[in-house]
Design a protein around this ligand. Structure first.
Ligand SMILES: [Cu+2]
Length: 506
């Protein structure tokens, strides 16, 4: 009797628990298999390369770009029409390009029916009122003129909506574009720069689709990062290939996905050179066979080809810094073919990459006038969720600070306006790929990152900049804070107006 009772007391719950564990693992294996493009692509569609938008010029000599946000339908998957959003078209945006010293005027017209949004220039050094964060709301039918002088080194920046609480949705529907900044270095160095030929943007995004072709936010059970698509689009192209005609080709990789981290490399194991990170060229090319990008991060890579060559750009399993099981729940083990690259039988010989690209004198960490600590966990930063009316940090305009960032889970820390250097990770010098200027950094749980942050001289005590997690649903759920730049601490306001508080938004 006693044995039977023990069996019932211990056996039944044990069987139930084992059943749940097996169910979760089975579901993940099923979902994981669905999320693996390996072998399933035939590379049958030519890669779409978004056109460069030619600027007009106004009486003040500004480069004028007119952008219209609009809804439409796009054939993202063969034979299916997907309702999407785009800029000057139904999906994604033309590429914007300007040089250091240019004054730009960008008229952003909101042609979306009944939807307010914003357009944020990610990585741009500019006044807070022009930043396009959640405070610069553009209501349907309105046009927002953003104007500033380009004042930073050559880089691959990007732009996307940033409305309070609905960034994931607006980005996922397709409002994403690349903004290329040139400077004297990028124009004179012997690096590939013929747009669309040997200098090619690759906006990588994962999507999932319903049977009727509409976009679906696919959520594997227990994934904590947000939607993880099972189809990869590159510049909106599914199953893409690209033909190259030169021995060296530069790809500007942007992870424009809501939650997924990619570890890019080639299936034949070939190495390549990373020449730039988020905020511009590295001092020297870094030779590697993998570059990992979390949402919002960019890297420019230069890949070498021989005549008739074929190479497959692939995403291998990513390292989120979590334990084995949690990584799998978050899709870190998913692998994808990204793009097939086909080299012509005759290739134009490119100049070899220079050993040095740019040189800079890193600011001395001793110049930092303040050290601030940020802990990302739950849906908050330092225990506080985003409040549009609260000023979280007051920073002296033109100063340099050290921001110490740590996290309970995998997050990506992005600071508007600035570029920063990673001083150290857990007290150790950063790996070479984190050695350049950045605006976003992937954080691994339990580690501490010290960032040396330079703040531009745009004092405006009434307009905040954001700092936040760039995993979009984390941002939407409140993992974001605000800082203002001031000349004098006394200028700091206690609260800010809430642009969503007039009843037009819900
Ligand atoms: Cu996050």
């Amino acid at each position: 009797m006693r044995i039977i009772r023990r069996l019932l007391i211990w056996g039944v719950p044990a069987v139930l628990i084992l059943g749940v564990i097996a169910g979760v693992i089975g579901w993940r294996i099923y979902e994981g298999a669905r999320a693996s493009n390996v072998g399933s692509l035939t590379f049958s569609n030519p890669l779409y390369v978004p056109p460069l938008l030619e600027p007009a010029s106004d009486a003040q000599g500004r480069k004028v770009f007119d952008l219209t946000l609009e809804a439409g339908q796009t054939e993202l998957i063969e034979g299916e029409l997907t309702p999407t959003w785009g800029i000057n078209g139904s999906h994604l945006s033309p590429v914007l390009r300007a040089s250091r010293g240019d004054e730009v005027l960008i008229n952003v017209h909101n042609g979306l029916d009944g939807e307010s949004t914003t357009l944020h220039w990610h990585g741009m050094d500019l006044p807070a009122l022009m930043d396009g964060g959640p405070h610069q709301l553009i209501r349907p039918g309105e046009t927002w003129p953003a104007t500033w002088t380009i004042n930073q080194q050559a880089a691959s920046l990007w732009f996307h909506p940033h409305p309070h609480g609905s960034t994931t949705d607006h980005v996922y529907r397709g409002i994403v574009g690349m903004f290329i900044i040139d400077d004297e270095d990028s124009k004179s160095l012997p690096i590939p720069r013929q747009y669309g030929v040997d200098d090619v943007p690759l906006i990588v995004q994962d999507k999932a689709f319903n049977d009727d072709g509409s976009l679906r936010k696919r959520r594997p059970p227990f994934a904590s990062l947000g939607p993880l698509g099972d189809e990869i689009l590159v510049n909106g192209t599914h199953d893409p290939y690209f033909e190259v005609r030169t021995t060296l080709v530069r790809f500007r990789l942007l992870n424009g996905s809501p939650a997924r981290t990619y570890s890019f490399g080639f299936t034949d194991g070939r190495s390549f050179s990373v020449i730039a990170s988020d905020s511009g060229l590295l001092e020297s090319p870094v030779e590697t066979d993998r570059v990992q990008l979390s949402p919002g991060e960019r890297a420019e890579i230069v890949v070498s080809f021989t005549p008739g060559d074929e190479a497959t750009l692939h995403s291998f399993g990513a390292d989120l810094g979590q334990d084995f099981f949690t990584e799998r729940l978050n899709g870190a083990d998913d692998t994808f073919d990204i793009l097939q690259i086909r080299a012509s039988q005759q290739l134009d010989e490119s100049s070899p990459l220079p050993e040095q690209l740019v040189s800079w004198t890193a600011p001395d960490a001793g110049e930092a006038v303040a050290t601030r600590s940020f802990r990302l966990s739950g849906s908050s930063i330092n225990g506080q969720r985003m409040d549009l009316t609260r000023v979280d940090e007051v920073v002296r305009a033109g100063s340099t600070e050290i921001w110490e960032v740590s996290t309970g889970g995998p997050h990506t820390f992005h600071i508007h306006l600035v570029r920063f250097l990673v001083l150290d990770v857990d007290g150790e010098p950063p790996p070479p790929l984190l050695g350049g200027w950045k605006d976003s950094v992937q954080l691994q749980p339990g580690r501490s990152y010290r960032l040396l942050v330079r703040f531009a001289d745009y004092a405006d005590p009434t307009s905040p900049f954001m700092f936040h997690c760039h995993i979009l649903e984390h941002e939407d759920s409140g993992m974001m804070g605000q800082f203002i730049l001031v000349d004098e601490e006394d200028d700091a306001p206690r609260s800010l107006p809430d642009p969503y508080g007039d009843g037009q938004e819900d």
